[in-house]
Design a protein around this ligand. Sequence first.
Ligand SMILES: [Zn+2]
Length: 294
Amino acid sequence: EYYAAAPAQWDAPMVSRPRRPAPSRARRKPRRSPLPFLALLLGLALFAGGFLMGRVEAAGNRAAQAAAGAGAASGGPVRILAVPGAVHSGTEDAPASGEAGGTSDSRDDWNLILVNGDHPLPQDFQIPEFTQLINGHAIDKRAYPALQRMMDDCRAAGLEPTICSSYRSWEKQEELFQRKVQSCLPQAGSLEEAEEQAAVWVARPGTSEHQAGLAVDIVDKSYQLLDERQEDTAVQKWLMEHCAEYGFILRYPTEKSDLTGVGYEPWHYRYVGEQAAGDIMSRGLCLEEYLENA
Ligand SMILES: [Zn+2]
């Protein structure tokens, strides 16, 4: 949809990274050698580093929160490893409301919301709660645990996935769209024509899945351009094979553009829950086709 700017360094929340592992281990095995002293020095250095990083991350979180215009307004670091019982975790499909233990998906489920050119989000659309990610990214809290697992497992496979886009506010989408309109204007005959052309590349405000907080653009750290060659990267090969296991789908597959209204995007992943994702990916559907029968 748009080119990622600077390479992102990290995407997952800080909670997955232990802060000071070294000092405590050193302290458990005291020895008569310079090691304890060195460990103490190292510990102090790590502590200072951790403190600084904490500040940087906190600043990043504040920025993300400001950008999101919402979010969990807890003062300190975001700690969302355990998912409260009231919130559906990403590892299970949310049962349809009023349907005890129901397994059938309905297009009314939060995870199956359809957002495209024909189905814009209502202007008052609200995401109940965000999880802030590193680098100013954010995602619907209900989809976060699954995203974290997917990223962790992808890394465990020796790969370097990088989130380059996530939740976008209405204002941000408007800004991206208007920027594209301005760049189309010189060639277009009218403003309307420029908007038509721009909409091919950047979703009109309200019609981007990123505004629903359930989509992430993930690239390979070694190749961060958003073009078709992204599909050849090791990260995309892994994600396309495994994303459904985590409840994500490749939202804009090749040869479905006439149905999705969006060109092939081998980097845009959308959370729909494991049940729908398994169905969609194994049957080679797009979300529009799946929801026709849901
Ligand atoms: Zn995207």
